[in-house]
Design a protein around this ligand. Sequence first.
Ligand SMILES: Cc1cc2nc3c(=O)[nH]c(=O)nc-3n(C[C@H](O)[C@H](O)[C@H](O)COP(=O)(O)OP(=O)(O)OC[C@H]3O[C@@H](n4cnc5c(N)ncnc54)[C@H](O)[C@@H]3O)c2cc1C
Length: 438
Amino acid sequence: MDIFLSPEHEQIRIGENNDKYTIAVVGSGLAGLTAAYLLSKKHKVTLFERHPSLGMDAHSIDINHEGKIARADVPLRVIYPGYYKTLMKLYSKLRIKTEKVSYAASFTNNNEDSYFQYKNLRLGRLSIPYVKTRYLIRQESRRIISDIFRLFRNINLGKFSLEDNMSIEEYLLKHNYSKSFSEGFLYPTFAAICTCTLDAVKEYPAEVILNYLNQGLLFRGVKRVTNGSREVVQKLSENVSKIRLSSKISSINNEEEKISITEENGKKTYYDHVVFGIPANKVSDILGEEFSSELELLNSFSYENSTVLMHSDKRLAPIDRTTWSPVNLISSSRNSTPMATIWMNKVQPMLKGTSPIFQTWNPIFEPRENLIISEAKFERPIVDKKAIINVEKLKKLHLEENRKIWFCGSYAQYAVPLLESACSSAVFVSERLGCKLV
Ligand SMILES: Cc1cc2nc3c(=O)[nH]c(=O)nc-3n(C[C@H](O)[C@H](O)[C@H](O)COP(=O)(O)OP(=O)(O)OC[C@H]3O[C@@H](n4cnc5c(N)ncnc54)[C@H](O)[C@@H]3O)c2cc1C
């Protein structure tokens, strides 16, 4: 199943021949950075970012903790080669090193009842998940284990029949997966991966979730960039002609032959092409009304907000410390989004052996103020039943011959909205402008 946009339109690429354009890339998350990097091979690129530093690394922080200095990526992002094929190709081209990291997880209700936990056993290149015997006596845990293996066996054997645009909730109900598995394991896991509500996860197309799980995740484990986002950002931006930081774009308009970009301070510049690397739901704040079909489409992508805290408040980890894992998912009947608390000391080698530091996504209560290190807000796209239509429409738009405005970002592929879709959507747009990732 190929859910990515394939470049079958190559013969009508816009940047063929020796055409060289002035191109503005707006937004420097991974999508904007990848586009800026690839387009700079041929064109003159100006990259705009509203933050004072490049977006992908804008919220990361330096921690000076008990004599150890460590850089913490905010948010922490992991990848796994099977699913992140385009990103791995980009990282390998840039010689960005990655390393295995344990993202073993515990599952707790209301901070008290830890009902499931798995660890990973490393065997050469394999990462074998296993469950401690204390959980095997619980029927709930046994059901989760048995359904995990049933789901992976079925998707491995291609034994899943997906009716048109079936949601993951519809799929699990139809195939009699237990409530312990769906509500106790799969939904909270994906609510963390997508930092969204449980209701949003249930609406995800089953195809998108099963495809994510079907690329070798179970026995290969996950990886992190060894030197963190800072290195990625540095390498992707070093050959870009102009980088304008602290530069929020307030409007973009079509002016005869050129596209004008106006910054918040009133400065106006002109380009042959503009590549948007900002969230779809922010495009309407700046794109002129003359682009009505683009606006209508971009406004139909849905988003949810999330908060990421760096802190040292143990109350946001499970009460029973023996259950602490690198990732701790804590659900509460009062909250629609489970909280994920990452035990930083287990995933950031520089913090090993020091007192606990955490990164919490979507806290279900506030940490003590004096224990908060930083707070950042993010928005995540939600993939629902209309996503496949939206992405298809976006593809058609990008195939128009005289196109000058382009869109990339984690929302722009029919996939889980992660670094891979941000990267591959930027690769797609760059190819249309004559610059390939080779
Ligand atoms: C808590 C959390 C955990 C995550 N974990 C993972 C993970 O483990 N693995 C993974 O693959 N992905 C993970 N992700 C998702 C991943 O971070 C995103 O998919 C990816 O960063 C999206 O990149 P992007 O370039 O599409 O958008 P963004 O990163 O949102 O970049 C958009 C940029 O545009 C800038 N901008 C916006 N408006 C303007 C304007 N008007 N003018 C100028 N600049 C503007 C913004 O400041 C921003 O820098 C996680 C996300 C969160 C929130």
